[in-house]
Write a protein that binds this ligand. Structure first.
Ligand SMILES: O=C1O[C@H](COP(=O)(O)O)[C@@H](O)[C@H](O)[C@H]1O
Length: 269
C-alpha cells in the first residue's frame, strides 16, 4: 500500500471546463494541441511527461493528430505512459486496453520505445490482487523521490466515459468509488465484460495535474448531461474533481454536448 496522502483535504475541488467542437475531427485536432501543451509544460518542469490513457473510443481520437506530424512538436523520448484501467487478459488479446492503444497509436510511433509503456504483468493474470499491487509498484517507482510520500501527480490523465457514467473501471454503486488507500485496485465483478480488471482509484485521478474526458457522438449525450448538470447523483465520472492546482476538462463534440446546460468555454491554449 502506498504511503498516506500528506495533502490538505480541505481544498475546494476544481470545476470542470467544457469545450465543445463542431465534430470529432475538430475535437481530435484540438486535443492534440492540448496534449502537446501538457507535454511541453511537463518537460519544462521535470524533463519528462507522464501520461495515463484509457481504452474504448479514446485511443483513435487521441492518435489522429499526434501521429504523422511534420512539425517536431512531439518529444516522444520524454513520454512515460500508464493505463488508467486494464482488463485482465493477455496483452495481445482484443479486449486489452494496451492492445487497442498499440493498434491505434503506439505502433504508429516508431520513436516510442516499449520500455516507456507500463503494462500489466501477464504472468499474474490469475491473481488480480497481486497483479494490481505489481502495477501500483510501477507507479511508486515512476513517481519516486519527493512525490513518493504523497500521491502520484500525473501530468495528464485522459479519460473515457461509458453509457452508465463509469470511467476507468470505476462503476456506479461499486465499493471502489470510496477506495482511499490504494492507487490501483482490482475489480472482479465489472458489469461490463471482461469482469476482471484493474483500475486507478480517485486518489490518483484527483491528484493529477490535468485530466481530460474525451467524448464524441450522440451516445454520450444523456450521460454527459447527468454528469455535468447533476453532480449530486455521484456518478463515477462526476467524482473526478482534482484538488487545486489540478484541472479537469471535457473535450466533446457538439453531438455529445447537445443537451447539457453546462457553460461551454472557448478553447485556447
Ligand atoms: O471499459 C472501458 O470503458 C471506458 C469507456 O469506453 P468508451 O468506448 O465508451 O469510450 C474506457 O474509458 C475504459 O478505459 C475501458 O476499459
Amino acid at each position: 500500500m502506498p504511503p498516506v496522502d500528506a495533502k490538505a483535504p480541505s481544498q475546494t475541488p476544481a470545476e470542470p471546463i467544457l469545450f465543445s467542437f463542431p465534430d470529432s475531427d475538430q475535437l481530435s485536432r484540438n486535443l492534440a494541441d492540448f496534449v502537446i501543451k501538457a507535454q511541453n509544460d511537463a518537460i519544462s518542469r521535470r524533463n519528462k511527461f507522464t501520461l495515463a490513457t484509457s481504452g474504448g473510443s479514446l485511443p483513435k481520437m487521441l492518435a489522429k493528430y499526434l501521429i504523422n506530424r511534420d512539425d517536431n512538436a512531439l518529444r516522444w523520448d520524454k513520454w512515460e505512459i500508464f493505463f488508467c484501467d486494464e482488463r485482465l487478459v493477455p496483452l495481445d488479446h482484443e479486449d486489452s486496453n494496451y492492445y487497442l492503444c498499440h493498434q491505434e497509436f503506439f505502433s504508429k510511433v516508431p520513436e516510442l520505445k516499449r520500455s516507456q509503456i507500463h503494462t500489466i504483468d501477464e504472468s499474474l493474470l490469475d491473481d488480480p490482487e497481486e497483479l494490481s499491487d505489481a502495477y501500483e509498484k510501477q507507479l511508486v517507482q515512476a513517481f519516486a523521490g519527493k512525490e513518493a510520500v504523497r500521491n502520484p501527480v500525473f501530468d495528464l490523465i485522459l479519460l473515457g466515459m461509458g453509457p452508465d457514467g463509469h470511467t476507468c473501471s470505476l462503476f456506479p454503486g461499486h465499493e471502489l468509488l470510496t477506495e482511499q488507500d490504494r492507487w490501483v485496485a482490482p475489480i472482479e465483478d465489472s458489469p461490463k465484460p471482461p469482469a476482471k480488471r484493474i483500475t486507478f482509484t480517485y486518489p490518483v485521478l484527483n491528484h493529477a495535474h490535468r485530466l481530460a474526458f474525451v467524448l464524441a457522438g450522440e451516445g454520450k449525450q444523456e450521460m454527459l448531461s447527468k454528469v455535468l448538470d447533476q453532480p449530486e447523483l455521484g456518478l463515477p465520472a462526476s467524482r473526478v474533481r482534482p484538488s487545486p492546482p489540478g484541472d479537469i476538462y471535457f473535450f466533446t463534440d457538439n453531438a455529445a454536448s447537445k443537451t447539457t446546460k453546462y457553460e461551454r468555454s472557448d478553447f485556447k491554449l
